[in-house]
Each structure stands twice: as structure tokens, then as C-alpha cells.
Ligand binder design. Structure first.
Ligand code: GLN
Length: 479
């Protein structure tokens, strides 16, 4: 079957039905996506489409359907952020310094997805080394928002969110260190989830800040998100940070009538919060209350320091993670200089972008023995405060309700200012610093067509609970 590529992706359910009834083959669906990617190159969502390999996989997948032995995710067409290794293909983390680097092995989640029968359509653009919140800090250029291309897609998993929103794939994988799945999902009007830290293997993810990095899915429906989580949440002996009890994950649909919500007073009073976004949160509160849920307002004045503490910790980890990019061992080199130190300095100066350089300098400063006690150690202590807050207020089925992003979009260059850009992570980093699960869902639109969203953050390992509540909210709003 040849599909008209203009078939609106709002007609997603229609496509889904065709696919499920097998009226539409996997290869038809793939060809549709490939045509659309070509038509929408202006979005800059993909940096490479694995046309030949994906076609091969789609044909194999169709054959398994014919032979009546489909796998759990048979035929699901998935895109990978350009920081997740896929054996035999280039992976650059959108950095010039990794141009030409071919992944020597598959990330564990890639292994799991392939075993489950997915088709990997391509790799998506992102902020360099996943550093950024807008999607404009990439060596491939900025990713535009499919809902309104005058605006950016949000970052750092910019291409993944834009690809799902524009109907260029079914599901995309991203990484979230401080909001990088949830924030672009929020700006592009799709659903994005950061699972509980330690439930999804980081093996084969190019590290930014190991203690907070987490891979997760971006999709149009909670069900799509959940099937992917069922496949990627798995204990992996390659990732030793998976210390929590991890026996896999099964999405169980439950009502969770005993859930209670909390809001943080200082978030509520944030002067930077967009008025449309503020109204969206209030509307959701009305719905929740009408369904009998309680919402408590809790004051946490120290929350004002959260972005600074996050920056200290993430930059500190980044400065040591990025030390290995010297342009000698792998990736690109400008081949200038005599002594190794000259070659390394020249490569790093020429090939690393502005944002990673900022993080390396800032992180090295914070970790220096003269400064450690004043900065890095304080940020570590602050992180304990955040964990205490979660322990105290989110146990016993409490969920933190917040916006995902203070603003609903930005144009290129608008948030260039150091602190302006970092303040975009105000609501998201709490889940990374504590390791809790967090999901962003679209709940409406502003006048300019840009989406509004809310974020649900749950207690450790309550991934199933926040997914169910996300579904309940989606069922109660009309988009
Ligand atoms: N915007 C944050 C930063 O640049 C977080 C990015 C992310 O989650 N990868 O550090």
C-alpha cells in the first residue's frame, strides 16, 4: 500500500489501526516515514537516516508477521538520539570532535529493542553532548519546532521530540540529564518520560553526567511510551549504577485512586512562568480536584538554588567525562601541532562547541582543590536536601505536579544568556538530582500554536503510577 505522505499525523490512530490490522505493512509505514523525513528536512530533526538497513529490518519484520511469529515490538519504527550507540553507524553526540566515530558495539537498549523487533530508522539531532535546553547547540545546526517552525524544538533531545511530533517515526529515544527528554517533548507537544534512575541501562550512551543521565522514550501516546519502557527497563550487568532492585517493568493499568498531589509553593510563584502555562496547570488542578484528588501546597524555599547546584554537579561530571575527547584516540582531528599537548589543545579548541567548553571550564573550576569545599561539596550536600524532600513528601503515593518548562518556546539566540538558558531547567532537574521518575504530557495550546504541558514526578520506582496518572489526565482533556 502506498500512503499519501500528507496523511495527517493527527490521524495517527488511523495509521495505527491500519498497521494493527496488517492492512499496512511495516515496509509501507517505513517508506511513508522516509518520504516525510525528506519533505521535512527544514526541521533538521534527523542527522542520518539508515535507509538500507531499516528497509532490510522492515522486510524481515513483515516476514515474521507472515510466519505468525511476531516479536513484542514487531514493526515499531524507532529513532535514536545521536548519543546512543548503534553498531556500525556513526555516532557523534552532535559534536565536530566525534565526526567519523563509528559505534563499535550496540548500546544495551539498542540490543533489547532490536531483539523485540523494532526498525531503527535513523539518528536524531541534539544539543552537543546533550548539553543545552533549546536544541540550538548542535554542530548540525538548530532543530525547528514542527508545530511552529519559527520556534526551536527544545533540547537537548531536540530531533527526537521533533521527529515524533512531525510524524517522522513512531517513537524516539532520548537522554535526560536535567530535563532533556521532557523539555523538548513539552515544547513539541508530545509525551516524554525519564524513568527512575538505575532502571534503564546507560551502557552505550555517550556520558554527560553519569549520576543523572538516563535514557527514555518520547511518543504520542502513553501506551507507546509504556511498551518501549517494558523493553528497555531491564537489569544489565554492563551498568553498575543499576543498583536498585530491577526486575524489569510491566505496564499495569490501574486506577490509583489513593494518589495525592503536591505542588511546591516557590514553583507556583515563579515570576518567569509563562501565563498560558500557569493557566494550564490551574486547569489541570480543577480536573484533578473534580475527580476527588487532593493537592497540597508545600513550601521549599531552598528550591531556588536547584539550577545552580545542578550546574555545578553536571559540569563537574562533564569536565571529567569529556577529558577523553582529544581528537587522537577517536573521532576527528585537525592535525595541527607537534607535541601531543599541542595537538590535543588545538583539537579541543577547534572541535568542541561553546556549550561543552563552558561546562568543562566551569566544572574544572568547581572541582579544583581550592574550590571544591565551597562549590562542588555544597552542591552534593544540596542534592541530599532534594532527596530528603522527595523522601518526606513523595512517599505514600504522592505525586509532584509542576509545569515542565517556564516558557513555552524560544527562537534561535533568544536564551543565549548563561543563566537565562539554564533557568529553563528549573522544574525538571529535581527528578535528575533525586533519580525519581518524571513524565511530561501536553495539555493544551497557546495562541501561537505552541503546546502547553505539565510534569508529573513520582517516588522512586513509581514509574507505573505516574504513567497511569498521565493516561488519566490525557483521557480528561481534549486536545
Ligand atoms: N539543559 C541541561 C544542561 O544543559 C540538561 C540537559 C540534559 O538533560 N541533557 O545541562
Amino acid at each position: 500500500m502506498r500512503l499519501d505522505s500528507n496523511l495527517a499525523f493527527s490521524d495517527y490512530n488511523h495509521l495505527r489501526d491500519l498497521f494493527n490490522s496488517r492492512a499496512l505493512k511495516v515496509i509501507d509505514m517505513l517508506e511513508l516515514f522516509i518520504r516525510r523525513i525528506k519533505e521535512k528536512t527544514h526541521l533538521n530533526a534527523f542527522v542520518e537516516v539508515f535507509v538500507d538497513k531499516a528497509r532490510e529490518q522492515a522486510l524481515e519484520s513483515d516476514l515474521r508477521f507472515v510466519n505468525k511469529n511476531p516479536r513484542p515490538l514487531e514493526g515499531l519504527i524507532v529513532a535514536l538520539k545521536d548519543n546512543i550507540l548503534y553498531k556500525g553507524f556513526e555516532c557523534t553526540a552532535a559534536s565536530d570532535i566525534l565526526k567519523g566515530f563509528i559505534a563499535p558495539y550496540n548500546a544495551s537498549i539498542v540490543e533489547y529493542l532490536l531483539e523485540a523487533g523494532v526498525i531503527i530508522i535513523g539518528r536524531t539531532n541534539c544539543d552537543e553532548f546533550a548539553m543545552g535546553s533549546t536544541g540550538e547547540h548542535s554542530c548540525y545546526g538548530a532543530v525547528l519546532n514542527p508545530l511552529n517552525p519559527e520556534f526551536l524544538a527544545g533540547g537537548s533531545s531536540s530531533g527526537s521530540a521533533a521527529a515524533v511530533a512531525a510524524g517522522l517515526c513512531t517513537v524516539a529515544l532520548g537522554s535526560d540529564t536535567g530535563g532533556s527528554i521532557r523539555l523538548p517533548a513539552s515544547w513539541c507537544g508530545v509525551i516524554g518520560m525519564k524513568p527512575t534512575y538505575g532502571r534503564v541501562s546507560r551502557y552505550g550512551l555517550i556520558a554527560y553526567a553519569n549520576s543523572m543521565d538516563q535514557i527514555g522514550p518520547i511518543a504520542r501516546t502513553v501506551d507507546d511510551l509504556a511498551v518501549v519502557l517494558e523493553t528497555i527497563i531491564r537489569k544489565d550487568r554492563h551498568d553498575h549504577s543499576m543498583s536498585i532492585k530491577n526486575e524489569g517493568f510491566k505496564y499495569i493499568k490501574e486506577e490509583y485512586t489513593d494518589v495525592k498531589f503536591i505542588k511546591i509553593k516557590e514553583f507556583d510563584e515563579d515570576p518567569n512562568l509563562n501565563p498560558y502555562q500557569k493557566k494550564a496547570i490551574n486547569d489541570i488542578e480543577v480536573i484533578l480536584k473534580s475527580k476527588g484528588y487532593s493537592i497540597d501546597l508545600i513550601s521549599f524555599p531552598d528550591i531556588q538554588h536547584i539550577v545552580k547546584a545542578f550546574q555545578l554537579l553536571s559540569s563537574g561530571e562533564a569536565s571529567s567525562n569529556l577529558a577523553k575527547y582529544d581528537g587522537i584516540r577517536y573521532g576527528a582531528s585537525i592535525n595541527k601541532g607537534q607535541k601531543p599537548i599541542e595537538i590535543i589543545t588545538n583539537n579541543r579548541s577547534a572541535l568542541l562547541g561553546k556549550e561543552p567548553k563552558r561546562k568543562i571550564i566551569f566544572g574544572s573550576y568547581a572541582l579544583h582543590s581550592d574550590n571544591y569545599d565551597n562549590y562542588y561539596k555544597k552542591a552534593l550536600q544540596y542534592r541530599e536536601l532534594i532527596k530528603d524532600f522527595i523522601e518526606k513528601h513523595l512517599q505514600n503515593n504522592h505525586i509532584l505536579l509542576t509545569p515542565t518548562s517556564p516558557i513555552i518556546g524560544a527562537k534561535k539566540g533568544e536564551t543565549e544568556e548563561f543563566f537565562e538558558q539554564y533557568s529553563l531547567d528549573f522544574y525538571t532537574v529535581i527528578a535528575n538530582m533525586s533519580g525519581t521518575p518524571s513524565v511530561s504530557i501536553p495539555v493544551g495550546y497557546a495562541k501561537n500554536g505552541l503546546p502547553l504541558s505539565i510534569q508529573l514526578t513520582g517516588y522512586w520506582a513509581n514509574d507505573n503510577q505516574i504513567l497511569n496518572i498521565a493516561q488519566m489526565i490525557c483521557d480528561n482533556i481534549s486536545l
